[in-house]
Design a protein around this ligand. Sequence first.
Ligand code: ZN
Length: 384
Amino acid sequence: MPIPTEPVGSLPRPAKLQAAYADYDAGKITKDQLEKEQDAACLDSIKRMEATGAPIVSDGEQRISSFATYPLTDTLSGTGLAEGLAADGQYFAIFTDGHHRQLPRLTRGPFRYETYAAEFVAKAMKMASKPLKQAVIAPSMLSLLYPLDGEVKGYSREQFLNDLCDECEKDIRMAFKAGAKRVSIDFTEGRLACRNDPNNPWTGRNMLGEFIKLNNRVIDRFSPAERKNIGVHTCPGGDCDATHSADVDYAELLPSMFKMNAGYFLMQLASEKDKEHVYKLIGQHSRSDANGVAQVCFIGVINPQNPRVESPQEVCDDLMLASKYIPKERLGSTDDCGFSPFSIDVKPKHGSPDVARDIAFQKIKARVDGTNIASEKLGLARAA
Ligand SMILES: [Zn+2]
């Protein structure tokens, strides 16, 4: 088997689609009109991703407000916000360039998703000729919807977490049922949980341990055969070409992260200062038997925040170095993060979201080609 390669999920939304989101928020166009633009952007995303030779593709998340809020709201401005939520929740993250992203706040129970990722899978299945992956949000991220202190009246934290786990499980099961071959859980808050930023109170509460436990409450509901295709994505954030926790040493996260019984991990690494240090940690802490499934380690070989396109040789070199520490049968390649996890993103370092899309496809092609070269070098069959 060749080295597997898989995207995280998102692509920049075309400028035209971002304008349509704004028009929808302003009440200038209907939901149907917005959906037409989403359809066009998804089709373009899938076709162009398939043209790179990638063995598995996504719809570029063109239909969602963000990787974290898709179950709860149609747009980032809060149009279509689900019942029982208010827009003024806590900061999920404060980024290095000073901008922040906020979560909604739970005002009453019971907690239910408004939209499941399966809806996007079903639409993408009609457009794709290659296997599809779908990203879903982690229960740990959505646990931040509940106020840090105090209680939602008539709805305890425990009741909320029970409902949340049920909804996350349902989200994953339905995505598979709709046709997704792989489902990865976005866990960007994992590394941020080690940051302790006084401006962002939840990061100073040592929540990593409870995040891991909560996510395992969902992951452990799946059989080893199912978990083979359930992944976890970690990164230091990626929005408007900025990060939120790149200064946290992976040594603080990885020993805990690999305790999650997922079958694979998509890990930011291309933009990491000392990659070899992290490859070593991955080799030490990833498990060949996580309750019946071997953890496959997909290392980031592409930096979606930097417009410079990596060469296939660079991709190959990263994989060859990583293979010194990570068994080659448990090695994969990925992009460091989605190319635009939030729908409204002008991709400032790229000049425009449309330019950033063109660059993203070149980068994905470099990932695919470089991974093929490494597969041959390591004596693994080349991808078809
Ligand atoms: Zn990410």
